[in-house]
Design a protein around this ligand. Structure first.
Ligand SMILES: [Fe+2]
Length: 317
């Protein structure tokens, strides 16, 4: 293959692995179980796979391997009925404040999550969420398996009174606040799965950027055996050397802009610039790096298809 073809193939592959916010639309009909219940309304924008939606045939999304990634939009006053599933699922708040409730035996613990906070909903733990604030919530949801089974509803308004469904199954007086030092077993459990952005250590890499490890083997992170999740801060003019993972990773740009570069065995490069809410999924084995050519810092949400640490250190170019 000549060099020009190799470069254009690499560029095409990179573009096929890219999800642009402006090319996508929010789907208000992603969840059939919400139909007929305006209080449950939410919209989904799918980047990788279908997440909890049955719309797995959507050809505008990137095919999932170890995880899915989507945005969810929900307006004040709406909620999601309490349900459970067999997989782990994380909610990263991008805008607004979201109440997430975990239920067991009619008791509920509720946590209020703000921007850049995350909860990993543990396997088989019943959970719901609600927007009590004045702003709509935008969040990124990742399910840590390519094709999850449908959720099992515990307190859906179709078979429970509206107020009980809205409180995720808690009768009055049965809701406890989230408390890291609380002694209720559900408080103790949830404490292991809630990550506050401001409580996480900021790791300055020698390569000149920051990482906050949300899920992975790190202090105050959620320890989990499926996928690693990190928030990166990339200063202006920071450029990394290429790195290759054994699994896929996804970079969702949250703030600023960043270039993602793929490199082939002959040193040919393909480049794409991401702005806010744009994403690139890089497959396992593909050498890639990031470069911030702008004047402002970039904030990136990074999902990596395995929990273990990589066997390399990031290096500055
Ligand atoms: Fe869920």
């Amino acid at each position: 293959m000549n060099i020009q073809n190799a470069v254009s193939d690499l560029q095409s592959a990179l573009e096929a692995g890219t999800g642009r916010f402006v090319d996508k639309t929010f789907d208000w009909k992603a969840f059939p179980s919400n139909v007929g219940f305006p209080e449950l309304e939410r919209a989904q924008m799918r980047y990788i796979g279908a997440g909890g939606s049955p719309k797995v045939g959507d050809t505008t999304t990137i095919k999932p391997e170890n995880f899915t990634l989507s945005l969810i939009y929900k307006e004040p006053g709406r909620y999601a009925a309490c349900h459970s599933h067999e997989v782990e699922e994380s909610f990263l708040i991008l805008d607004g404040a979201l109440i997430v409730g975990w239920e067991k035996d009619g008791e509920v613990v509720e946590v209020n999550l703000g921007p850049k906070d995350m909860i990993l909903n543990a396997r088989e733990v019943a959970h719901g969420f609600r927007v009590d604030g004045v702003e709509p919530v935008m969040m990124s949801i990742s399910v840590d398996v390519g094709k999850p089974l449908p959720p099992v509803y515990r307190y859906h308004p179709k078979d429970h009174p509206a107020e009980l469904a809205r409180s995720f199954g808690a009768e009055p007086g049965k809701t406890l606040p989230f408390d890291r030092n609380g002694t209720h077993p559900l408080q103790e459990l949830m404490a292991k799965f809630v990550v506050r952005h401001t409580e996480l250590p900021t790791i300055w890499e020698d390569a000149g950027f920051t990482r906050k490890i949300y899920v992975g083997d790190a202090p105050k992170a959620v320890n989990n055996d499926s996928c690693r999740k990190e928030m990166w801060g990339v200063p202006s003019r920071c450029t990394l050397k290429p790195f290759t993972r054994k699994v896929e990773d996804a970079i969702l740009c949250l703030e600023g802009s960043v270039e993602v570069v793929w490199v082939d065995d002959n040193g040919n490069e393909a480049v794409i610039e991401l702005g806010p809410r744009d994403l690139v999924r890089t497959p396992a084995g593909q050498a890639h790096y990031i470069r911030n050519n702008g004047a402002g810092a970039a904030t990136l949400w990074t999902v990596i298809g395995q929990a273990e640490n990589d066997d390399f250190a990031y290096q500055a170019a």
